[in-house]
Structure formats: structure tokens, C-alpha cells
Unconditional design. Structure first.
Length: 258
């Protein structure tokens, strides 16, 4: 298993797509600074009355959009790229135990996105706080300890989205199909759920993967904005999505021909 993970890590860091995704995360980390500077500049131009009512998104807001997208792409590529090129046959010849190979291919991108999310979110929070320079902006001036739950929730959700997409990739075997399906679940289904009648929209929204991180831990100075699941239930549901996707993907990967 260790050798298989080492091989997958070598593959992951030897392709340009990985560095492109990391560069995207770095750019959006810089956008956190830009967003924070804009919020500080806007605050300076407000009257005292408007400052009392002013609400602003947290410094890590740009990353909350970029990280799920990068997670979907990185989760899809380890399997679908090898199926497209035929490299999967070589991988299976080197590691005949399919469960071992599947686990190694899942762990490496999941761990990579977890570390990238933790580092970028922490950098975004610290840089944002430095950019506002002590201005009493909600979501910026909260103690650092208040940011920790949200950062951990976002990082865990990023890793979970990577693993869920990886499981989906084992079923679809198509880069375009997997990425399209992942993006649809994250960015298309939630707005559509709002059109459901009665409280069904609220119920469907609360169980979607994109809604779970904010229900596990809201960013300081903000709230989920609507009724949702309790934090523990949200965390368990996110874990269940990951387990089901990986379980189905592993089963398909084990039984299908290469």
C-alpha cells in the first residue's frame, strides 16, 4: 500500500494539471487579500450609521468557491485520465490488487486537497485580518480561534468532494462526464432546489454537499442564512456521501474490465 501510494504521489506531482490546480488555489488566496482590501476601503467611506449595519463576507470567501471546483477536477483526473490513455492497464499490472490500487489513487488526491485547503484557508484568514488593519469588520475581527472550526469544516469538505468525485469517476470513466456531474451537483442543483414548493426546497438544500460545510461550522460573523441540519448531522451526512461514493466506485472498479 505504501509503495502504491508513493507511485500515485509521483504521478500526481509529475503532471501539469496538478500544478495548474495549485496555481488556481494560490491565485484565489491572493484574491482573499484583494477582497479584504476592498472591504476595508469600502468601510472607510461609510458613515457611522451605515457602519453599524454593514455586513461583509469573510476573508476566505473567494476560496469557498475555488476549492470545490479544484476538488472536483483533481478527484476526476487520477482515474479518468488513465482510462483515456490506457495507462490503467499498466497500473493494474504493477498493482494487481485492485482494492489497493483504488485506495492509493483515492488517498493521494484527497490528502493533497486537504493540505492545500488548510494552507490556503489559513493564509486567506491571516492575510485578510492583516489587510483590514484592525477595522471592526464582522467576520474579520473575530478571534482566530473562532475561524478554526470553519476552516476545518471547509478543508474536510474539500477533501470529501475530492473523494466523492473520485468514486464517481470510477463509475463514469469519463473526465468530461465526471467533472460535469460534479459541477452540476455543487452549483446547479442548489439553485434549482429553491424552486421546489413549500419547505421541500429548504429540505433538499440542507442535504446537498455544497450546503454542508456552512452547516457544520459557519464563518465568524455570519450564519447559514436559512434553517438547516445540526452540525453533527451535517458532518455525518458528508461522511456518508464519501463512504457511499467510494464504496460504489471500489465495487465497480473491482468488477469491471480495464
Amino acid at each position: 500500500m505504501i509503495d502504491a501510494m508513493a507511485a500515485e504521489w509521483w504521478k500526481l506531482r509529475s503532471v501539469r494539471s496538478t500544478f495548474a490546480l495549485l496555481a488556481t488555489v494560490a491565485v484565489f488566496t491572493l484574491l482573499c487579500v484583494v477582497w479584504s482590501l476592498y472591504a476595508a476601503h469600502y468601510w472607510d467611506g461609510l458613515s457611522a450609521a451605515r457602519r453599524a449595519k454593514f455586513r461583509v463576507a469573510p476573508p476566505e470567501q473567494p476560496l469557498s468557491i475555488a476549492l470545490p471546483v479544484c476538488a472536483v477536477v483533481l478527484g476526476a483526473l487520477p482515474l479518468t485520465s488513465e482510462y483515456a490513455s490506457g495507462m490503467i492497464r499498466t497500473s493494474l499490472a504493477a498493482v494487481p490488487r485492485r482494492r489497493t490500487l483504488f485506495a492509493a489513487k483515492a488517498v493521494v488526491p484527497g490528502a493533497a486537497m486537504l493540505v492545500a485547503a488548510l494552507v490556503s484557508l489559513a493564509a486567506g484568514v491571516l492575510a485578510g485580518r492583516a489587510a483590514v488593519d484592525g477595522r471592526p469588520l464582522r467576520a474579520f475581527d473575530a478571534p482566530l480561534a473562532d475561524h478554526v472550526p470553519y476552516v476545518l469544516a471547509m478543508a474536510a469538505a474539500t477533501a470529501a468532494i475530492t473523494l466523492v468525485t473520485f468514486g464517481l469517476a470510477a463509475v463514469l470513466r469519463s473526465t468530461a462526464g465526471t467533472i460535469t456531474a460534479g459541477m452540476a451537483v455543487l452549483f446547479v442543483v442548489p439553485p434549482v432546489a429553491n424552486f421546489l414548493p413549500g419547505r421541500w426546497g429548504e429540505r433538499v438544500w440542507s442535504v446537498l454537499p455544497a450546503s454542508l460545510p456552512g452547516q457544520i461550522a459557519a464563518a465568524p460573523g455570519t450564519s447559514p442564512g436559512r434553517d438547516g441540519l445540526p452540525p453533527l448531522a451535517s458532518a455525518l451526512l458528508l461522511a456518508a456521501y464519501t463512504a457511499v461514493a467510494l464504496g460504489v466506485g471500489a465495487r465497480v472498479f473491482e468488477k469491471r474490465d480495464a
